[in-house]
Design a protein around this ligand. Structure first.
Ligand SMILES: Cc1ncc(COP(=O)(O)O)c(C=O)c1O
Length: 384
């Protein structure tokens, strides 16, 4: 008799991204579903990795990450967010933002703990919580502007609440947190034992002159927070899977215990390259305006269709309400668009544990202009 696995994640199947991407390939559709750029990354950064390998930087680096990269990151965040981060005790390089989030959850959660999250939510959060034996407590953002109802959060907090996870700029909605949200969060967690996980992978993908309100800026929040970042999102190299976590020393000490026996250390040549490239501040500072132009161009093209744009101030996603076109459920409509129009999107209902279907689809606009043009051309043709 062969052993049988008693699944730790019985409810988890194939993700919507894998399903829709496979369907996209099958129907030769333009894939605006999955969130990754289809344009090339920076060549200088590529050649710095090449150089690092040729220079022989091919062995393990320090468990917490290459010291020169952590030094540059400390300089960067201290400058950007008026923080005072210690490179030795408060930063760890991780294989991507998702891993940083998972490690933060695994560091703090025990069976029966509750974690508050906001839906629609990035799809890794709930499985990350549940695999640790904890309970996800989803709260729906208020449609159509996807605000957090802080009164509802207050009502959900109880003795079992171990953490709250926030994400700004937000995937999939493009919503950006404001000072009033920060104030509400501060008031709620003050004098509690609640941790915060702040998913800030889209920190520089922010538009319309909105400031990114990193939790690194607020000492009374940072004292209980794991802040998670992604190089993949900032430098158009999602496939490198490299990111970092910043947390106060006492939290980071425990985070590193988990990290040490999981991944131990990340890709060395990429860390050498990033330690140098990150000093070119303009690269990440111009990212917001670069992507804002893409968002605006996509919105302009989409005006030829009956899709109605919702507000997006960040990330590389734009939501569209299609209720003027169809009454079909999001999942069915997204499948139909892939099969019949040749354009792949993601149904926003896939980002909820509790079913919500507002007739909204997510489009990724981090694509070449020609890709966006072809996709909209197909939609216009299909809908005319
Ligand atoms: C909200 C959010 N967090 C984290 C990640 C993951 O980042 P990484 O690829 O660095 O793991 C993503 C990627 O899509 C994301 O959208």
């Amino acid at each position: 008799m062969s052993p049988e696995i008693h699944s730790k994640l019985p409810a988890v199947g194939t993700t919507i991204f894998t399903t829709m991407s496979a369907l996209s390939v099958k129907h030769n559709a333009i894939n605006l579903g999955q969130g990754f750029p289809d344009f090339p990354m920076n060549e200088t950064l590529q050649s710095l990795v090449d150089k690092a390998m040729k220079d022989g930087h091919n062995q393990y680096v320090h468990m917490c990450g290459l010291p020169s990269l952590r030094e540059q990151l400390a300089n960067k965040v201290n400058e950007d967010y008026s923080a005072n981060i210690n490179l030795d005790s408060e930063i760890t390089i991780t294989p991507g933002g998702t891993y940083a989030i998972y490690t933060a959850f695994t560091t703090i959660l025990r069976p029966g703990d509750e974690v508050i999250l906001f839906e629609p939510a990035y799809d890794s959060y709930i499985p990350n919580i549940e695999i640790n034996g904890a309970v996800a407590v989803p709260i729906a953002l208020e449609y159509p502007d996807y605000r957090i109802n802080w009164q509802l959060v207050k009502e959900k907090i109880n003795a079992k609440t171990k953490a709250i996870i926030i994400n700004s700029p937000h995937n999939p909605t493009g919503k950006v947190l404001e000072e009033s949200d920060i104030d509400a969060l501060k008031a709620l967690v003050k004098n509690t034992g609640i941790f915060i996980i702040s998913d800030e992978v889209y920190e520089h993908l922010i538009f319309d002159n909105k400031p990114h309100l990193s939790l690194l800026k607020y000492p009374d929040l940072f004292e209980r927070t794991f802040v998670c970042f992604s190089f993949g999102k900032v430098y158009h190299c999602t496939g490198w899977k490299l990111g970092y976590c910043i947390a106060p020393e006492s939290l980071m000490k425990e985070f590193r215990k988990v990290h040490q026996f999981n991944c131990f250390t990340c890709n060395s040549p990429a860390q050498y390259a990033l330690a140098e490239f990150i000093q070119q501040k303009n690269e990440y500072r111009q990212l917001g305006s670069f992507l804002q132009k893409k968002r605006d161009y996509f919105q302009q093209l989409m005006q030829q269709t009956p899709f109605k744009a919702l507000v997006s101030h960040g990330s590389y996603f734009q939501l569209y309400d299609y209720s003027a076109i169809s009454d079909q459920r999001e999942n069915d409509f997204a499948i139909r668009l892939t099969q019949e129009a040749g354009v792949t999107t993601i149904p926003v209902s896939a980002f909820y544990k509790t079913p919500v279907d507002n007739r909204v689809l997510r489009f990724c606009f981090a694509k070449k202009e020609s890709t966006l043009e072809q996709a909209v051309e197909r939609l216009v043709k299909y809908l005319s």
